[in-house]
Structure formats: C-alpha cells, structure tokens
Design a protein around this ligand. Structure first.
Ligand code: TGC
Ligand code: FAD
Length: 392
C-alpha cells in the first residue's frame, strides 16, 4: 500500500461550514504535510530525532502564530484556520503539531497577550518565521498537574532578576532560542519571564529514552542563579491564570490536532481493510471489522463538529476554558481509541513503520497526558458543572 493517499474525512459535509479562506489554509497545510512530513517522519521517529529542517516550512505555511496579527509577523487568521492547521500537522505527526503549538500558543501568545510593545516587536516576527524558536516552562519535576505549587523562583536584585529552579518535560527545550518561564516572585506571585539561550547558568539538557513523541525534542530547563534583565518580565499579567490562559489556546489546538491523527489512522485502516484478503475476502467484508470502521468515522465526525462549534465560539470570543478542556479530553481520547483499533485492523503490519498507526498511538499517549491529563480535564468539567473543585 503506497503512502500519501490521504484525502481527509468529511462524512457530514463540514466543508460547507468552512469559508474559502479556511479551506485554502487547510489544503495548503495538507499538501505541505504530504510533501514534506509524511515521507520522512517515520525515519526521524525511529531515530528519535527532531526534523529541524522543517522549521522554515512551518513558518512559511503560517503554522507559527496563525492568529497573531500580521503587524507582528503572524498570519492574522481566525481560530478555525488555526485549528485546521493543527489538524493537518498532527495528521503528519503529533510531534510536529507540538512544535507548532508550543511556538504559537505557549510562546507567541503570552508575549502577544502579556508582553510589552518592545517585547512584541523584538520577538514575535522572528518567532513567526521560525528564525527564532521558543519553549514554555511550567511543569517541574515535583509539580505537574499542580503548577501552583511550583518552586522555581525569581528575586529582585535591584538592576536585574535572579532566577533559580528547574523545569521538566519541556517540548522544544533542547533547541529553543528563548524560553517563556513561569516562576514565583518574592510575594509568591507566579510571573512570566523570557529567558534567552546563552544567559549564564541556563542549560537545557535533552530527555532521552521516550517511546512517545520520538520526533519531538523534549528537555529540561535548569536555572542556576541566572541573571535575567528586568525588561524580560511579561508585564501585563501575573498569577496562575497567566500560564493557564496560554494553555487554553494550546489545548484548543490539540483538540483539532487529535482529529488529524485519528483521520490518518482511520484512512489507513479503511484502505488496508479493503485490500487485505483473508478467507478469500477483503477483511472489510467481515462485520467485526466494519463495526470498528463505522465507529471510527462516527467518532471522528462528532469530534469535527465539536471543534467547528468551539472554533466558532472562539472566533466570537465566547469559548470558555471548560469548553476547551472538554474538547481536548474528548478528542484526544477518541484519537487514541481509534489508533488502538486501527492497529488491530492492520494485524501484524500495524506494529511496523510501514503504516503510521503505531507512531500515532504512541504519540497520543503523551498528548493525553500533557496540557492537563485526561483525568484533570474530567475534573475541570466536574468543577464547571458542580462548582466543586475535586482536584484539591
Ligand atoms: P485555580 O484555583 O482553579 O485557578 C487559579 C487561577 O487561574 C484561573 N484559571 C484560568 N485562567 C485562564 N485559563 C484557564 N484555563 C484557567 N483555569 C483557571 C482561575 O480563575 C484563577 O484565577 P484567579 O484570578 O482567581 O487567581 O487553580 P488550581 O491551582 O486549583 O489548578 C486548577 C487545575 C488543576 C485545573 C490547573 O492547575 C491545571 O489545569 N493543571 C494542569 C496543568 C497543565 O495543564 N500543565 C500543562 C503544562 S504545559 C504542557 O503540557 C505543554 S505540552 C506542549 C506540547 O508539546 O504541545
Ligand atoms: P502528575 O501530575 O504526577 O499526575 C500523575 C497521575 O495522577 C495522572 O494520571 C493524573 O491525572 C493523576 N492526578 C494528579 N492530580 C490528580 C488529582 N488532583 N485528582 C485525580 N488525579 C490526579 N510541560 C510544560 O510545562 N511544557 C512543555 O512544553 C511540556 N511538554 C511536554 C511534552 C511531553 C512529551 C510530555 C509527556 C509532557 C510535557 N509537559 C510539558 C508536561 C505535562 O504537562 C505534564 O506531564 C502533565 O501536566 C502531567 O504532570 P505529571 O506528568 O507530573 O503527572
């Protein structure tokens, strides 16, 4: 079976709900992924290497800061276009979508929303083109689901700030030029600071041995008495709500991205089931295989509708954090279940790199954990409907 035959899934004619611009953006990203990502990604994943040569192309298709205004170098697109780009990138690989999510929602967004005018002019255009790459440090070795207990801290030393602590599991850390880091000040208030590679005492050791997101670079951020200029503080928002506000944007992108991974698994499983013969028939003719395929397209269609509606609300400035959380939880779980079922349809072939299934399945084990675990998102919905925070 040859690769790159992907055409997309649209069982409910959702394309009719999209504008010409949204379809154009989606199709451009789809073509780019088919040409640049799909042919090479399996190799990079097997070697556990990030395909750094793709950064320029990601910048060119507008994957870095799609909704950041053009005056700061962004593509100035709406949120459905942003989601569709994430969907197409994750159809290629969750690691590629991760790189774009982090750059757009976790680095460009906080600089755009909480940064000074000087910070916006200094960093955003270079981040949009991919000339400069960023990462986002919230999680610590002992504080994952509960970032409010972080111990990384900044102290005011008069003419500069002194940063100490460590962050763990940071996407893009090994090659990032800058890090948006969340640390507590003397008053215990969570504050965002921009740390630049090369600052004395700042290092980014790479995390090895991952069985998931192997084509994405993950690392630590270590701060040993790092002197940070005061102008690197993000001045316009502090408190836990500041990093959580960035997560809203990234979780929204992941909800769309997961659809891409699910579509790729479904597409491969459908084609394989029609070609693969057992008992002198295509395996697609057996009811048990049809059940799997029918359930997959049903779940993908529901996820697409959820995201389209969420995107419409986001474009109107009305999407709530809890609505975004529900979509992230539902869609990533949906994609992971589809990947597992698709793996079975491919039989033994499903465990090989000939097909994208096992790679998506392993990647999605990270996606269901990062940006808030599956269980934390359930508790966010629980909190929203009952008013009782069960995570404390
Ligand atoms: P809580 O008391 O509920 O809230 C503290 C303050 O934050 C506000 N807030 C939000 N603001 C904006 N957006 C949201 N989604 C918000 N959720 C809460 C809230 O109103 C409050 O504001 P204020 O003004 O009253 O202070 O906070 P909590 O400490 O009880 O925590 C709640 C909980 C557990 C839901 C939260 O901590 C959480 O979401 N934990 C999960 C942590 C997480 O998602 N980490 C992700 C790290 S980054 C990452 O994984 C990147 S992967 C990237 C990739 O490769 O794609
Ligand atoms: P823990 O918080 O220790 O949770 C362990 C288990 O306990 C989970 O099942 C969780 O659901 C459960 N649990 C925890 N608290 C509760 C509760 N109150 N009630 C019920 N169950 C609970 N972070 C960043 O800051 N930046 C990044 O770029 C980044 N990239 C990542 C890339 C990868 C590949 C991975 C795997 C992670 C990344 N993360 C990043 C970290 C990620 O956000 C955390 O792993 C995640 O928030 C969970 O934290 P934890 O791993 O410490 O798990």
């Amino acid at each position: 079976m040859s690769k790159n035959q992907f055409k997309g899934c649209d069982y409910y004619n959702i394309d009719e709900l999209l504008t010409d611009e949204q379809k154009m953006v989606r199709d451009a990203a789809r073509q780019w992924v088919s040409k640049e990502v799909s042919p090479v990604i399996e190799d990079y994943c097997q070697k556990a290497q990030f395909p750094k040569h793709l950064l320029k192309g990601l910048g060119e298709i507008g994957a870095f800061g799609p909704y950041i205004p053009q005056e700061y170098g962004g593509a100035g697109l709406d949120h459905i276009s942003y989601g569709l780009i994430m969907q197409e990138l994750e159809r290629g690989d969750s690691g590629i979508r991760s790189t774009a999510s982090v750059q757009s929602s976790l680095v460009m967004y906080p600089i755009f929303a909480y940064g000074s005018e000087e910070q916006k002019r200094k960093y955003l255009p270079k981040l949009a083109s991919g000339e400069m790459m960023g990462c986002f440090g919230l999680t610590e070795p002992d504080h994952g689901s509960n970032p409010s207990a972080m111990v990384t801290n900044i102290k005011d030393k008069g003419d500069h700030l002194l940063l100490n602590g460590a962050k763990m599991w940071i996407s893009n850390a090994p090659f990032a030029d800058i890090a948006v880091v969340w640390a507590k000040n003397e008053k215990g208030r969570i504050t965002g600071v921009i740390v630049e590679r090369g600052m004395k005492g700042f290092s980014t050791p790479e995390t090895h041995g991952k069985w998931s997101l192997r084509a994405s670079a993950t690392g630590e951020l270590v701060f040993d008495n790092v002197k940070v200029p005061k102008e690197n503080i993000l001045p316009n928002k502090d408190g836990l709500g500041a990093p959580l506000g960035c997560l809203d944007s990234a979780r929204y992108g992941i909800a769309w991205g997961a659809i891409g991974a699910a579509m790729d698994c479904y597409d491969s499983a459908l084609r394989y089931s029609l070609e693969r013969q057992q008992f002198e028939k295509p395996i697609a003719s057996f009811q048990l295989q049809q059940k799997k395929l029918a359930e997959m397209i049903t779940e993908i269609t529901k996820a697409q509708l959820l995201c389209w509606r969420l995107g419409t609300l986001k474009n109107q400035g009305k999407a709530t954090s809890a609505q975004i959380s529900m979509a992230k939880r539902n869609n990533v779980n949906m994609a992971l279940e589809i990947a597992r079922e698709a793996r079975q349809i491919h039989g033994a072939m499903g465990i090989t790199g000939e097909y994208p299934i096992m790679r998506h399945m392993m990647n999605l084990e990270s996606v269901i954990t990062y940006e808030g675990t599956h269980d934390i998102h359930l508790l966010i919905t629980g909190n929203d409907i009952t008013g009782i925070p069960a995570f404390k």
